[in-house]
Design a protein. Structure first.
Length: 247
């Protein structure tokens, strides 16, 4: 049964939004505890060796217009979707991110942001608007140059983002995608030390991307459940909530 919805969005907004694409169906996993629509912003400043969204690394030159986005989100409300996850790529690279968050919030949706934490200046601006933020913590800081293929990321920026999020007022999680060939016990323990003071930490399985050309297929395999469980035990004493996802 559908519910009646009373939303009065701005029907006059025209032109192109910063959104490149959206997940075709609502998601039950991208916003903890909520049914959400996932919006993707293209372009990323990292070149992670186990990137799952390789097609979103380079900025695209096509975008959804605001009216199409409006129609999609409003129709989603008819089916109990009450939240939006803005993902990428790296959304903080887009100059219209704050505008997009305001716009979505004005439609009476909760907003979650996925980020790699490399732009704390942008996070400081948008954090007060968010209901939830998920920051990828790729590896111990000293291993960032290796994992990001020398993308030139300054570790201090990652640490600054962590501090902003911990001291902010919205729900959050830090999360590490575990790749068995890369992450070892000492890496997980180092991450726990570097995230001291955080309340929620998530370990999630690496899952090789589907529908990718054979020559681009990564050599890494799906993370075994045994590895995730072992690392989860290491984390439990360091965080109020240590969560295992995708095992």
């Amino acid at each position: 049964m559908q519910r009646s919805v009373s939303i009065k969005p701005d029907p006059t907004k025209d032109g192109l939004s910063p959104v490149y694409a959206l997940l075709r169906k609502p998601s039950l996993i991208d916003f903890p505890g909520r049914l959400c629509r996932v919006l993707f912003i293209s372009g990323c400043n990292l070149r992670c060796i186990f990137c799952h969204n390789q097609d979103l690394i380079k900025p695209k030159d096509t975008f959804l217009n605001w009216k199409r986005l409006l129609e999609t989100l409003v129709s989603s409300r008819e089916y109990w979707v009450d939240s939006v996850c803005i993902s990428g790529g790296e959304p903080t690279l887009h100059p219209q991110l704050k505008e997009l968050i305001h716009w979505v919030k004005n439609l009476d949706f909760r907003v979650k942001l996925d980020t790699n934490g490399t732009r704390p200046d942008v996070l400081a601006e948008v954090l007060p608007l968010l209901d939830y933020i998920a920051m990828d913590y790729k590896a111990p800081l000293e291993r960032y140059p290796m994992i990001t293929n020398g993308s030139g990321i300054v570790p201090d920026r990652i640490s600054e983002s962590v501090e902003l999020i911990i001291n902010g007022h919205c729900e959050y999680e830090f999360r590490t995608t575990v790749v068995e060939s890369f992450h070892h016990e000492e890496d997980i323990l180092a991450i726990c030390r570097e995230l001291a003071g955080a309340s929620r930490y998530v370990l999630q399985a690496y899952v090789p991307p589907r529908d990718i050309e054979p020559e681009r297929m990564p050599s890494n395999k799906r993370t075994p459940m045994s590895t995730l469980r072992k690392y989860h035990e290491l984390c439990r004493e360091h965080f109020k909530e240590a969560i295992l996802r995708g095992a």
